[in-house]
Design a protein around this ligand. Sequence first.
Ligand code: ADP
Ligand code: MG
Length: 275
Amino acid sequence: MVLHPLLGIEEVPAVEPYLGRVGEVFREFREPDSGRVSYGVRLLDGARWFVKEAVTDHARESLARGWAFHRAVRHSAIVPQVHRIAVRGGGWAVVMPWREGEVLYCPTRSGPRGRTSPESPLARFRALPTGHVLRAFDRILDAHLAVEAAGHVAVDFYDGALLYDFARDATHLIDLDEYRPGPFVLDEERLPGSRRFMAPEEFVRGAVIDTRTTVFTLGRTVRLLLDAGDEERAWRGTPAQQAVIVRATRADPGDRFENVHDFATAWRAADGRLP
Ligand SMILES: Nc1ncnc2c1ncn2[C@@H]1O[C@H](COP(=O)(O)OP(=O)(O)O)[C@@H](O)[C@H]1O
Ligand SMILES: [Mg+2]
């Protein structure tokens, strides 16, 4: 029996040399301080895969969380973690199918003007006809309906978790490693994440993080994506859509939609589509 070089292997001594032996590493992602190193690898059969390895304790913890999340949640827009390989000496590497596309924003690679310079992926995305943006958001929303149905809540969702394929108009969700079962009580100073996507309660130790928090993040996501610029001064949607966002992003969680399902129903009604 010939084992698949990634899916059929349970343990390797070290990730990078192993990938180099079974294929060609054609991309490497090393973000300083993240504790994670990822590789794009092309196997001899031509198939491309994405392999992410955690190299610090903190990163291992988050990768383990991500693995549990992917056991619980499946959706066609969420790039799955299909296998994990133990690394001798401790730790894991997770294997995901490679997806074509550009991450809309990357704090390290995109540079200081990563959200504003016209050639940045986010600016190009914002310049697309609104139908593309609405379709992309609908995929994000649909994925979060699956997250909610599985009893999980969003943590650390931002434009860096969106891989958009401009050629095929396809949206993929990556890097959801901080998602977790909810509701839960925040036992730290704050949650990880990009401030502009985060609800106020994510900065309050002892606060309850639940589906209303996810609603806030999704409201912010569409507010930011459906704007021609980065300063929220060039809204491209309708007043009805804006009204749904206002309710989704109220400071007091009690004033928001109760869950993603209710938000999605209101959003799709405002969007002129049936729920
Ligand atoms: N399945 C994938 N296919 C292709 N590229 C990917 C895939 N997943 C992630 N990437 C790319 O790798 C980068 C790092 O992945 P990410 O999951 O964000 O790692 P980290 O946990 O270190 O933030 C992303 O910004 C994206 O460009
Ligand atoms: Mg990332």
